[in-house]
Design a protein around this ligand. Structure first.
Ligand code: M6R
Length: 364
């Protein structure tokens, strides 16, 4: 049931601290300060290359994971949406891990891609939320998320749980490759274990996000900008907004703005900038200022330091707790989901059952 919540989507957004904690419990050994996979005998140290395939929101979780696998485990990663991957004759060398991410475990394109990779001799890993699903059954390495049933067509809690599992997998890969000291690993476990509390803190901004939703609800187009792991979040924010509010939205890598999309900017196009303070912050802020110089109305999502440094000329700001970069994508997913939700509510659309969409896409 929806409990006290008006929609399943809102209930599922609010469940995130609990289900992320639940998911992490099967990957973290907090006392030992270690990360482990549910299949201990499975060895990752021979993995030379990772191919990630998924659709929609699950694909964006995979994009975040690409940054992590490359940065922490120094493993080359290829990533594609399933409907392209399956038909483009991808090159998969022996010794590769093919990783499929799916809430339902039944998405037809992703399943076809999985079977193709299997036929090509890849080791098949899946991150799925439904443990009895076809993908779960056909995998060599099953990495479950424990988000519980997700009813809203717009994926929310499955996404943050996928990120939690993928962060654990990246850590495990790095460890298998001898790239982590025990102290490094302990620190990562500590940061991941903080995620549920930080998700809770992020949820506290629900009302202020609801209060600004009407300023977005009137827009015809909305842009989302982010850099690094915030780039996939920009894509995810745009997908959430378009699927439930029917407002045209696009996500861009912040640095790509000046290569075309900036031509769209005027005072009628809200631009949502996702930029936690950190090494990439100044670069993203300069892209944001290019937008502001052209009359663009910016909503800056950052932490206290970021808002202090760059929030001044923004139409609105959303202050997130200060978090470690590894868990930032989980935490920043929350305002992005809430913004889409409240804009859709302001527009009066059917949030849980948006037009033309199905929860599980079982045709190719
Ligand atoms: O069940 P899956 O994770 O394989 O589904 C993939 C996409 O269909 C799904 O994420 C879709 O994009 C959602 N409606 C996004 O909110």
């Amino acid at each position: 049931s929806k409990g006290n919540h008006r929609h399943y989507m809102l209930k599922e957004i609010y469940e995130q601290p609990i289900v992320v904690a639940q998911t992490l419990r099967s990957y973290l050994q907090q006392l030992e300060g270690r990360v482990s996979l549910p299949i201990p005998e499975f060895s990752l140290n021979a993995i030379k290359r990772v191919t990630i395939v998924a659709c929609g929101t699950s694909y964006y979780a995979g994009m975040v994971a690409k940054y992590w696998f490359e940065q922490f485990a120094r493993v080359p990663v290829d990533i594609d949406v399933a409907s392209e991957f399956r038909y483009r004759a991808p090159v998969m060398e022996p010794g590769g891990l093919a990783l499929f991410i799916s809430q339902s475990g039944e998405t037809a394109d992703t399943l076809a891609a999985l079977r193709h990779a299997k036929a090509e001799g890849q080791t098949i890993a899946v991150v799925v939320n439904v443990p009895t699903s076809t993908m779960a059954r056909e995998a060599d390495l099953l990495l479950p998320t424990h988000a519980g049933p997700e009813i809203g067509v717009a994926s929310t809690k499955a996404f943050t749980c996928q990120l939690a599992v993928l962060a654990a997998l990246a850590t495990n890969l790095a460890q298998a490759k001898g790239l982590l000291t025990p102290e490094d690993e302990r620190a990562i476990v500590r940061h991941l274990a903080e995620a549920p509390a930080s998700l809770n803190a992020a949820l506290a901004y629900d009302e202020s996000i609801a209060a600004m939703a009407h300023t977005i609800a009137g827009a015809r187009d909305v842009l989302y900008l982010g850099r690094g792991t915030d780039y996939p979040l920009a894509l995810e924010g745009a997908l959430k907004l378009k699927e439930i509010s029917y407002i045209h939205a696009e996500g861009y890598a912040a640095g790509e703005m000046k290569h075309g999309p900036i031509a769209l900017i005027d005072e009628n196009v809200p631009v949502i900038v996702i930029a936690p303070s950190g090494p990439l912050f100044d670069k993203t802020v300069s892209n944001m200022q290019e937008v502001q110089a052209r009359g663009g109305k910016v909503v800056l999502i950052s932490d206290y330091d970021g808002i202090q440094a760059a929030g001044e000329n923004c139409m609105a700001t959303i202050t997130m707790p200060k978090v470690h970069p590894l868990i930032a994508p989980l935490v920043y997913a929350v305002p992005v989901q809430l913004l889409a939700y409240h804009v859709a509510v302001a527009k009066g659309t059917d949030v849980d059952q948006p037009r033309n969409l199905a929860k599980s896409v079982t045709v190719e």
